[in-house]
Design a protein around this ligand. Structure first.
Ligand code: TRP
Length: 335
């Protein structure tokens, strides 16, 4: 096999329901670009999804859906390793070992754990607390150099780094200490109804986010009702978070720069601008949605992708887990 000197980049996403325009612009689009420069390993983190209550049939459907979207958006399973976390048992097993060097205090003070304990107060389970350790296992099994992380996952990457350093120190050099990958092109997309807040699919107001599954009319309607700012100039500025967000979106889906877009809409009313953004987003998403619809019907193809991906992932993860088991003193199975 030819030598691959590229750095390894690992990322994962939970199959927890619909994807938003924010996920697309902030993550999916970048995953595609990264494939050329790094040895990319991408997982569907379905074990993580179990930490909040799921309807089994829906979880299964979401997993296929997510994979279909990613492939439709240009993630090429021939150019990266794309797999389902639960297909590679090493993730759960390394979590067990790392649990023995993790302290409850460091997990209970995680911001996301505290937030989720509040929003899922009827189901504060050990998995929810252990979530960052499973995530550390995902990353460390593949000796990832880089992990693209949004602000909300930064603390979790810190734990992964701490655990790698702790393990290496207690036994011997085993894990690569991962670095955050700060994307140059990843824009943060804000809510259409409150541009101070991140666009989120769990927003109680469905007009605040665009689902990748929204049809053309819905997309345009949501953009028409997007909250704008005082004044009337279409210009990106700190005191114009609504217009700035719309300009960012427009720029991402058209490939034009924000400055070009500002020129294009000079002298136009907010209403005309919002309509144009809606149409541009709908135009951009249309072919992707067609492709996704085609892929999702082909379960055999998706199962094949998963099986291929799991085989490749397992080769790497299996070696790492054996090494870890050996270092901590477990006897290898001989027959
Ligand atoms: N926790 C991440 C999220 O919800 C998903 C995830 C799971 C992940 N394992 C990972 C991200 C490993 C990066 C690396 O966004």
């Amino acid at each position: 096999m030819e030598q691959d000197n590229r750095k390894t980049l690992f990322s994962a996403v939970q199959p927890s329901g619909i994807l938003t325009l924010g996920n697309y612009i902030g993550a999916i689009r970048n995953w595609k670009l990264l494939m050329n420069d790094y040895r990319c390993i991408y997982a569907l983190a379905d074990l993580h999804t179990l930490t909040v209550k799921q309807v089994p049939a829906e979880l299964r459907a979401h997993s296929y859906d997510l994979a279909a979207w990613y492939i439709a958006c240009g993630i090429d399973p021939e150019k990266c390793i794309l797999f389902v976390q639960s297909h590679v048992h090493e993730h759960a097993e390394l979590t067990w070992v790392l649990n023995t060097i993790t302290y409850p205090g460091e997990l209970s003070r995680m911001t996301q754990f505290k937030d989720k304990s509040r929003s899922h107060a009827d189901n504060v389970n050990m998995g929810l607390m252990d979530y960052p350790v499973l995530m550390a296992s995902d990353i460390l099994l593949y000796s990832a150099d880089l992990v693209p992380v949004g602000a909300d996952q930064k603390q979790h990457l810190e734990i992964a780094r701490d655990l790698a350093i702790r393990f290496n120190g207690r036994w011997s050099d085993t894990f690569t200490v991962p670095e955050p990958y700060i994307s140059k092109s990843g824009a943060k997309i804000m809510s259409l109804q409150d541009p101070e807040k991140k666009m989120s699919k769990s927003d109680s107001n469905v007009r605040a986010f665009i689902s990748l599954d929204d049809d053309r009319d819905t997309i345009i309607r949501k953009f028409k009702s997007a909250v704008t700012d005082s004044g009337s100039e279409v210009r990106a500025a700190e005191d114009k978070p609504g217009i700035t967000n719309l300009l960012t979106i427009y720029s991402c889906v058209t490939g034009k720069s924000v400055e070009e877009a500002e020129k294009e809409f000079e002298g136009q009313l907010y209403g005309q601008f919002k309509l144009a953004v809606g149409e541009a987003v709908a135009d951009h998403l249309e072919p992707l949605k067609k492709e996704k619809d085609r892929i999702i019907k082909d379960k055999d193809y998706l199962d094949g992708v998963f099986s291929n991906g799991a085989a490749q992932a397992e080769r790497i993860a299996g070696k790492m887990l054996s090494k870890v088991y050996r270092k901590v003193g477990l006897i290898p199975r001989k027959f």
